[in-house]
Design a protein around this ligand. Structure first.
Ligand code: BGC
Length: 532
C-alpha cells in the first residue's frame, strides 16, 4: 500500500534470537511484496502514454493526442483511462476485508499464496489483454493481490523478525515500493522502443517476476508462531519459534505469545475502543496523515508522470526518461529518510519538506501559467528542464517526509488496545484517497490546467500548519510512554487525556504491541503482544 504501514517498536524486552535463514527469506518476501505493489503503481503511467496501447484500448484518447485539437492539458482526460489506473486501488481496498479474514483464520502463509495467485492471473490477463474488459479485470485481480499481500506480508514480517531489525524492515517495505516504481519506469522506457506495438504487453507482463517470487516464497516459508498459536496449534507454534529464532531458549517469548493471544481474544470491540475520547488524538492524526499524504499530489506524479510530461509537450522518449529520473529521486530520498528520521525527527522532516514542496509546486504552476498559454503550445526546452528539476525537488521532499512518515507515525502512536483497528483505518483511508487521486487527476488537470499545482500546494500549506500546531514529535519515545510524554504534554491534545476514563478493556500493559494493515476489526486478535 501503499507504502510500508507496519509498526516499528521501541522499548520492551529483547528475546534471544539469531538472524536465521528463515528470517532472511522473510526479508526477500518483504522485497517482493513491496516491489510488486510499487511496480503496479509505476507501470500504469508509462503504459497509458504509449500510442499503441491507447490505439488498442482507448482510441478516443489516441485520436485526441494525434489531432492536437484539444488543449494539451485535456488530451488524456478520460474516465476509462483513469479507471485503468484506479480500479486496482478500489479492488485492493475491497480485498483487504477478505484478507483480514484469511490472515486470521487460515494464516499468513496461505494469505500470501492467495495474493501471489491473484497477481499471476492478473498479470496474465493484463499482458494478454485483447479488449478493455480483460485489461480492467486483470487490474482488478492485481488489486486483489495488493489487498491480500499488503495485509499479510508486513504482518508476517513483523512477526517473524527479531525485534532489533523490525523497525528497519518497516522502512524497507516502503523503500521497496519506491524501487518497484523505479523498476516499472525503467521497463516502460525500454519497452516503449519496441517496434510492433507489443511493448506495453511486456511492461505489464514483467510484473510476473515479483508475482512468481512471492508465490514461490510463500510456499517455502513457514507460518508465523503467532498465527499458529492463535489458531490453537500450540506445539507447532513452539517448534516453529525454535526454528526461526535458532535457539532452544524460546520459553519466555513463547509464553508471552500465548498470553498475548489470550489478551487479544478479550478485545471484543476494537473499533468502539478506537472511537473513545482519549483515543481521539491518534485517530485524528492517523486519518489526517493519510488524507494529507495523498493530497500532496504525489500519486499524480507516480501514476501519471509520463502522461503529464507528454501533456507539456515532451516527446515520448523524454517523458519516459523524465519519469525514470523522478523514480530514482524517489528511491534515493527514501534512503535519506531512513538515516535522518531518528536523528532530525519527524517534525523537522515534515516541515522542511512542506516548504520545499510548496515552493516547487508554486514554481511549476508559475512556469506553466506563463509559458503554456496557447491551446496546444509546447514548453521550450529550457523551461521543460526546469519543470523536471522542480518535479524532482518536490518528489525528493515527499520521499523523505510524507512517504515513509505517513505510515510510520500512525503505527507508532496508537496504544496497544487500538493499534490494529487504528492501522485498519489508516490503510483504508490511504487506499480510498489513492483511488480518488487516480480517478480524478487527469480530469482535474484538464479543468484546473496549471492551477492543479496551486491546488496541491494549497494543501501542502494546510498540512504544514497541521504539523506545526498539532503533530507532536515522537522521535525516540518508546510506544508505551507516548501517553505520558507526548499526549499529556501537548498544548491541545492533553484535553483528551483524562486519567479517569478507562478503556473498554483494561489493557494498559506495556509489554506488548501489535501491528497489521487491514480494513477489518477482527485483526485485533492477530498480533497483540507480538512485537515486544
Ligand atoms: C504512498 C503511495 C505512493 C508512494 C510513492 C507511499 O508512501 O502511500 O501512495 O505511491 O509512497 O513512493
Amino acid at each position: 500500500m501503499a507504502g510500508g504501514g507496519f509498526a516499528a517498536t521501541a522499548g520492551g524486552t529483547e528475546f534471544e534470537a539469531k538472524i536465521t535463514p528463515i528470517v532472511i527469506i522473510s526479508c526477500i518476501m518483504a522485497a517482493t511484496g513491496g516491489l510488486m505493489f510499487g511496480y503496479d503503481v509505476g507501470v500504469s503511467g508509462g503504459v497509458t502514454s504509449m500510442p499503441d496501447f491507447l490505439k488498442k484500448f482507448f482510441p478516443v484518447v489516441h485520436r485526441k493526442t494525434q489531432e492536437g485539437l484539444d488543449s494539451n492539458y485535456c488530451k488524456y482526460d478520460n474516465q476509462g483511462l483513469q479507471l485503468f489506473t484506479s480500479s486496482l486501488y478500489l479492488a485492493g481496498l475491497t480485498a483487504t476485508f477478505f484478507a483480514s479474514y484469511t490472515t486470521r483464520n487460515l494464516g499468513r502463509k496461505p494469505t500470501m499464496l492467495i495474493a501471489g495467485i491473484f497477481f499471476i492471473i492478473g498479470v496474465v490477463l493484463n499482458a494478454g489483454a485483447q479488449d478493455l474488459a480483460m485489461l480492467i479485470i486483470g487490474r482488478i485481480l492485481l488489486g486483489c493481490g495488493v489487498g491480500f499481500a499488503n495485509q499479510a506480508v508486513p504482518l508476517f514480517l513483523s512477526e517473524i523478525a527479531p525485534t532489533r531489525i523490525r523497525g528497519g524492515l518497516n522502512i524497507l517495505f516502503q523503500l521497496n515500493v519506491t524501487i518497484g516504481i523505479l523498476f516499472a519506469n525503467l521497463v516502460n522506457y525500454g519497452t516503449a522502443k519496441i517496434k510492433g506495438g507489443w511493448g506495453w504487453r511486456l511492461s505489464l507482463g514483467l510484473a510476473g517476476i515479483p508475482a512468481l517470487l512471492l508465490t514461490v516464497g510463500s510456499l517455502l516459508v513457514v507460518d508465523t508462531p503467532n498465527s499458529l498459536i492463535e489458531r490453537g496449534r500450540l506445539e507447532e507454534g513452539k517448534a516453529v519459534l525454535r526454528r526461526i529464532r535458532g535457539t532452544d531458549n524460546i520459553e519466555p517469548e513463547y509464553l508471552e505469545l500465548v498470553e498475548a493471544s489470550r489478551i487479544a481474544k478479550e478485545v471484543k470491540h476494537p473499533f468502539r475502543n478506537l472511537l473513545m475520547r482519549r483515543n481521539r488524538p491518534q485517530l485524528v492524526i492517523a486519518v489526517a496523515l493519510q488524507i494529507f499524504q495523498q493530497f500532496t499530489g504525489i500519486n499524480a506524479i507516480m501514476f501519471y508522470a509520463p502522461v503529464l510530461f507528454k501533456s507539456l509537450g515532451f516527446g515520448g522518449d523524454a517523458s519516459l526518461y523524465s519519469a525514470v529520473i523522478t523514480g530514482a529521486v524517489n528511491v534515493l530520498s527514501t534512503i535519506v529518510s531512513i538515516y535522518s528520521v531518528d536523528k532530525a525527527g519527524r517534525r523537522v522532516l515534515l516541515l522542511e519538506a512542506g516548504v520545499q514542496m510548496f515552493i516547487s509546486q508554486t514554481a511549476i504552476a508559475v512556469i506553466l501559467g506563463l509559458k503554456v498559454k496557447d491551446h496546444s503550445e509546447n514548453l521550450d526546452k529550457g523551461f521543460a528542464i526546469m519543470v523536471v528539476v522542480l518535479v524532482c525537488t518536490y518528489v525528493a521532499a515527499f520521499a523523505w517526509s510524507w512517504g515513509p512518515l505517513g505510515w510510520l507515525i500512525p503505527s507508532e502512536t496508537f496504544p496497544l488496545e487500538t493499534r490494529s483497528a487504528g492501522q485498519s483505518v489508516t490503510v483504508c483511508v490511504n487506499l480510498v484517497f489513492t483511488f480518488v487521486i487516480a480517478q480524478a487527476f487527469l480530469s482535474m488537470l484538464c479543468h484546473f490546467k496549471y492551477g492543479i499545482f496551486l491546488f496541491f500546494s494549497g494543501w501542502v500549506l494546510i498540512m504544514s500548519f497541521f504539523v506545526l500546531f498539532l503533530l507532536p514529535e515522537t522521535k525516540n519515545i518508546p510506544i508505551e510512554e507516548m501517553t505520558e510524554r507526548v499526549w499529556k504534554r501537548h498544548w491541545y491534545w492533553k484535553r483528551f487525556m483524562d486519567d479517569d476514563v478507562k478503556g473498554e478493556i483494561g489493557i494498559t500493559s506495556t509489554d506488548a504491541t501489535k501491528k497489521g494493515r487491514s480494513c477489518f476489526p477482527i485483526d485485533i486478535n492477530l498480533n497483540i503482544g507480538l512485537d515486544v
